[in-house]
Ligand binder design. Structure first.
Ligand code: ADP
Ligand code: MG
Length: 644
C-alpha cells in the first residue's frame, strides 16, 4: 500500500476484507477475536458482534484447537516462523455445531508492539465430499471388478492390457503369471482372429457404438490349451469424446456350446425316433397280417414243400418282428417292465456268459460298488444293454484288451453341465462299460446313437445296439453318455433311476397259466383294419371262442349296451371315429366293470403308457403277436376278473 495515504490504505484494506471469498479472522496473542469479515459470518453462521471479544476456540473443535493454539504459543515463545504463513488442513465448527473441513493459513503481525494473528479460512467440505465420492466409486469399481464371475480386462487404446480381474487371471493365464502390460493379442490362439477383433475395436470409436457385438474366437487358457470364447469390448471415452481405453469382457463358451450340441443331438434323435416309431408301427400291422395268414395256411396246406415255404416266410416275419421290436425300443415305445433290480447281482450273473462270448483275448473285470442302490428298471433290457456294450467293446479291441464293467451310485443336483444335464436331478445308479479299444472319432461319437449308424462292414454291424440302449434308458427316465478317445478307449455310462423309497417292491406275481380253451365264451373283437381283424378273428376262433366283431369303439359300446352275451373285449387302441381303445376301456370300467378287456397296439405311445403298473391300466398285447401270446393274455385278463 506504499504511496497511498494512511486513510486511503485503511479503507482499501477494509474493502478487500469485505469482498474476500475466504473467511478472514484476526485474533490477538490470547486467542481473542478482534475482527472478522462478512465471509466469516456466512461460513460460520455467527454475526460479527457475536464473535468479536470471544475466544477463537468456539470456531474450532478439539483436538484441532489445542494443537493450533500450541503452534501459536510456540511461535510466540521462540519466534520460529515455520508454522506461520503455511496453510494446513484442519477442522472448524459452525454456530449450529457442525464440524467441517477447512484449509487454514495464518500470518502474524505486530500493532503497537502487540502480536496479532490473521487466519484465512477456505471451506473444504465440497472438496472432501468429492474425494469421498471418488473413493466410494473406486471401491465400488474394485469390488465389482474383483468379484464378477466374468473375465474383464482393461486395455489402453493400443491394446496393451493395463488391468485384469481375478476371473480373467483364472480364465486366461492362471495364477502364476499376469497379462498386465502384454498386448491383447496374446490371449488369442490364432493371431489372424485377433486382427479381425482389432479392426472391430478400431471401428468402435468412429462408429460411436456403446460396445461391439460378441465376437467368437479361440482363446488361450492357462495351461496352453485353447477354448472357444466370446469377446465383447466397450470403449472408455474421456470428456472430450476421445477414446482413452477399452473394457474387454471375455467369456468361456465351452459349456454353452456343449449344451447346445447335446440339445441338438437329442432333438435329432427325437425326430429320428418319431420317424422310426411310425414305420415300425405300420410294419407291425403288416407283420401281424403276414403271420396270421401263415398260421391259417399252415392248417390248410398239407403239401410238405408248400409248408416249407410257409415256414421260411414265418421265419422272415419273425425276424421282421424282432427288428421292429428294436426300433420301437429306440423310439421309446416299448412296454417296459420295470422292477427293483440290484445291478451288481445282474452283472455277476452275466460275467461268466460274457467272458465266454468275448473270448480269451478280452480280459473282463468288474468293479461293483459295495453299497449300490437298487435301480428301477426292466432287467431284461439291462441284460440286453450289457451284452450289446460288451460286444461293441470286443469289436473295438480286435487284438484283445481290457473290458471293465463298473457300478456306482451317482447323484445329480441339477448343476451338472454337459450331456449329463439331460437328466432330472436325483439319485441314479450308474452302470459303466469301458474298453481300451480304438475309440470313436468326433463324427462317430456324434452319430453313435442313431439307429442303423454303424462303422462296421455289412453283416457285422446293424447300428441298432446303441440306439436301442438309448431308447430304453430314456424311456426308463435315465440317461446314457459316451466318453471316448481315439486310440484310447470308450466308456459308456448308463444312469438308471434309483428305486423311489416309497415304491414298495413288486410282489413277484407269477402269471397263472390256464390251459383250457375258450368254449362257451364270446369275445367282442374291436378292430378297424379288416385284414388285421380277419387274422384276429381266425385266432380267436381257433382258440375256441365265439366272436362278435365291431369296427369302432362306438359300435362296440352299442353292442355292450345291447343284451348280447359278451365274456371279454379284445380291442385295438387306435381306431377311427374319435374313440380309442383306452376310451372304450374307460367306458367299460364305468358301465361294464365286470367285463375283462385286453387292448392291442403296435403303436408307440400306447405301449409306453403301460410303463408303470397301474390298477386302471388295461393289459396291453403288443403287435405283432402270436396266437399263443393272445391266448395267454386273454386268459390272464379273465383270471384277473375272476372269469375262470
Ligand atoms: P453296431 O455295433 O452294430 O455298429 P452300435 O449302435 O452298437 O451298432 O454302435 C454304433 C457305432 O458306434 C459302431 O459301429 C462303432 O462305430 C461305434 N461304437 C460303439 N461302441 C464302440 C466302442 N466301444 N468303441 C468304439 N466304437 C464304438
Ligand atoms: Mg453294437
Amino acid at each position: 500500500m506504499s504511496g497511498l495515504g494512511a486513510d486511503r490504505s485503511q479503507s482499501m484494506l477494509e474493502a478487500i476484507l469485505e469482498s474476500a471469498a475466504g473467511a478472514i479472522i484476526a485474533i490477538d496473542e490470547n486467542g481473542i477475536v478482534h475482527s472478522v469479515n462478512p465471509a466469516t459470518e456466512k461460513l460460520f453462521g455467527y454475526a460479527a458482534a457475536e464473535l468479536v471479544g470471544r475466544n477463537v476456540n468456539i470456531l474450532m473443535p478439539e483436538p484441532d484447537h489445542s494443537r493450533h493454539d500450541g503452534y501459536l504459543k510456540h511461535h510466540l515463545a521462540t519466534g520460529e516462523r515455520h508454522i506461520i504463513g503455511i496453510g494446513r488442513e484442519t477442522h472448524a465448527r459452525r454456530k449450529d455445531g457442525t464440524i467441517f473441513p477447512i484449509h487454514l493459513s495464518v500470518s502474524g503481525f505486530l500493532v503497537d508492539q502487540k502480536h496479532y494473528f490473521a487466519g484465512i479460512i477456505h471451506d473444504l467440505s465440497a472438496r472432501t465430499r468429492l474425494e469421498a465420492e471418488i473413493d466410494r466409486q473406486a471401491l465400488l469399481f474394485q469390488t465389482v471388478f474383483d468379484h464378477v464371475p466374468e473375465a474383464l480386462l482393461i486395455a489402453d487404446p493400443s491394446f496393451h492390457v493395463l488391468l485384469l480381474n481375478p476371473a480373467a487371471e483364472r480364465l486366461l493365464v492362471g495364477s502364476d503369471e499376469t497379462l498386465a502390460g502384454a498386448n491383447l493379442e496374446t490371449i488369442f490362439a490364432d493371431p489372424q482372429e485377433f486382427v479381425h477383433v482389432g479392426e472391430r475395436l478400431d471401428a468402435l470409436g468412429a462408429a460411436r457404438e456403446p460396445a461391439t457385438a460378441p465376437m467368437m474366437a479361440r482363446l488361450k487358457g492357462p495351461r496352453g490349451e485353447t477354448f472357444p470364447g466370446e469377446v465383447i469390448a466397450a470403449p472408455i471415452s474421456g470428456a472430450s469424446g476421445m477414446r482413452t481405453g477399452l473394457v474387454i469382457l471375455v467369456r468361456d463358451l465351452t459349456n454353452e456350446l456343449r449344451r447346445e450340441e447335446a440339445l441338438l443331438k437329442s432333438q435329432r434323435l427325437e425326430a429320428i425316433g418319431q420317424l422310426t416309431g411310425g414305420i415300425a408301427h405300420d410294419f407291425n400291422n403288416l407283420l401281424t397280417i403276414v403271420t396270421g395268414n401263415l398260421e391259417l395256411m399252415d392248417e390248410l396246406v398239407t403239401d410238405e414243400r408248400a409248408r416249407d415255404h410257409a415256414r421260411r416266410a414265418q421265419q422272415a416275419a419273425d425276424a421282421g418282428a424282432r427288428l421292429t421290436n428294436r426300433l420301437l425300443t429306440f423310439a421309446r415305445r416299448r412296454r417296459l417292465e420295470p422292477q427293483d433290480v440290484n445291478l451288481n447281482d445282474q452283472v455277476r450273473v452275466m460275467t461268466e456268459l460274457l467272458q465266454r462270448t468275448l473270448g480269451e483275448t478280452v480280459q473282463l473285470t468288474t468293479v461293483l460298488a459295495a453299497d449300490l442302490w437298487t435301480a428301477r428298471v426292466d432287467p431284461s433290457e439291462v441284460e440286453n444293454a450289457v451284452v450289446n456294450l460288451a460286444i461293441n467293446a470286443r469289436d473295438a479291441m480286435p487284438n484283445g484288451g481290457k473290458l471293465v464293467i463298473e457300478t456306482s451310485n451317482s447323484i445329480f443336483d441339477g448343476q451338472a453341465a454337459g450331456p449329463e444335464a439331460a437328466i432330472v436331478a436325483g439319485d441314479y445308479v450308474r452302470l459303466s462299460v469301458s474298453d481300451n479299444g480304438v475309440g470313436m472319432s468326433r463324427e462317430t461319437l456324434a452319430r453313435a446313437f442313431e439307429p442303423f449308424f454303424t462303422t462296421k462292414p455289412p453283416g457285422r454291424g446293424t447300428g441298432l445296439g446303441l440306439s436301442t440302449i438309448y431308447g430304453f434308458v430314456k424311456q426308463s427316465n435315465g440317461n446314457v453318455t459316451i466318453y471316448s478317445e481315439v486310440e484310447k478307449g470308450t466308456t459308456v455310462n448308463i444312469y438308471l433311476p434309483r428305486r423311489r423309497a416309497d415304491v414298495r417292491p413288486d410282489a413277484q406275481r407269477q402269471p397263472v397259466w390256464v390251459t383250457t380253451a375258450g368254449e362257451g365264451m364270446t369275445i367282442l373283437l374291436v378292430e378297424d383294419n379288416p385284414e388285421v381283424r380277419a387274422v384276429a378273428l381266425g385266432r380267436l376262433q381257433r382258440l375256441g371262442y365265439g366272436v362278435i366283431e365291431a369296427y369302432t369303439a362306438a359300435e362296440a359300446i352299442s353292442i355292450l349296451e345291447s343284451d348280447a352275451a359278451v365274456t371279454a373285449v379284445f380291442s385295438d387302441v387306435v381306431m377311427p371315429g374319435g374313440l380309442s381303445g383306452f376310451d372304450l376301456a374307460r367306458w367299460m370300467r364305468a358301465n361294464r366293470p365286470e367285463l375283462p378287456v385286453l387292448l392291442t397296439s403296435g403303436f408307440a405311445e400306447d405301449i409306453a403308457r403301460g410303463d408303470e403298473p397301474d390298477a386302471n391300466q388295461p393289459p396291453m398285447l403288443r403287435k405283432p403277436y402270436t396266437q399263443a401270446e393272445l391266448a395267454k393274455m386273454l386268459r390272464q385278463a379273465m383270471v384277473v376278473h375272476g372269469k375262470r
